[in-house]
Every structure is written in structure tokens, then in C-alpha cells.
Ligand binder design. Sequence first.
Ligand SMILES: [Zn+2]
Ligand SMILES: [Zn+2]
Ligand SMILES: [Zn+2]
Length: 162
Amino acid sequence: MQIDCPHVTEIQLVPDGGSVCPACVAMNGTWVNLRQCLICGVVGCCDSSPNTHATRHFEATGHPVIRSIMPGEDWMWCNVDEVGFRQRQGSYVAIDEFFDAGMWFIAQRPVGSTVADLAPDEVTPEGFPLGEWVAAYRERGRRGELDEQDRAALEAIPGWTW
Ligand SMILES: [Zn+2]
Ligand SMILES: [Zn+2]
Ligand SMILES: [Zn+2]
């Protein structure tokens, strides 16, 4: 899925962000999660943190794009266009939360279950429409709307057919 954010062309190769919010350290503050400016490399704390240094950096400088530097997270966010995306095979693609959620619920199914056991209207105990999810991504795959990484992830699900 393509993203609608012209600012990706401004993204710089910034150095590793480290593991602290320097502005919080300077004021003896605390933070929850860390974000890094992809224009100048400054690290700031997230909007769940008391001092929201990442957003304050954006407000002060206009630098639009940040990334999460929390372990296991690879998303970026444009504060101007308010879109999340990640880098895949050299290009930027929109984050598809529905896809990620479905992959998570698929992984929670008992070992040995396959897509063939899933009813088309199956809903997880948490209320996620897993049957519809399968149908939706089959449809998108047939229409050629999925990138190779998504296709590979789906094909790795036991019993997946297009
Ligand atoms: Zn943007
Ligand atoms: Zn901070
Ligand atoms: Zn910056």
C-alpha cells in the first residue's frame, strides 16, 4: 500500500538513537517510549510520556517524520500528514493495522489448526473477524495489492490458499 506523505524524501540516515530521552535526563524526568527525529536524529519521549519531548521537537523545528526506537518496533510517523508507515524493500508502505492484527490472531490459534478449519464468519473470543480477514486478504492478493512480504507471511500460514 502506497503512502501519502511527501516528507519521506526528507528522511536522513540518522545515527542509532540510544536508549534515553536526553531532554528528560537533563531535567531528571521520566519517559515511557522513545521516538527519534528522522530529519536531525534528536531523540525525544512519546506522547504518553509526561514531557512529550518528541512532539515538542516537532513543534519547535517543523521536522515532520519520527520513528519508534523501541525494541521490535519499526514504524515511522509523519506528524504533518498523520500517517504511519514502515520501510519494506527500499520503499515506504502504509502500516496496515488490520493485516498485523489478523496475523497476530492467526498465531494465537492452537498448534495444528489450518486456514481450512476457519469458518468464513469466524470471530475470535476477543471479537476479531478472522474469517473475514482471511477473505479480505485473499481478495487483495488476487487483485495484486499485496507486497511480497505480506504474500510470504500469508503463505506461511498452515493451509493458506489464494
Ligand atoms: Zn508527511
Ligand atoms: Zn523526554
Ligand atoms: Zn529534528
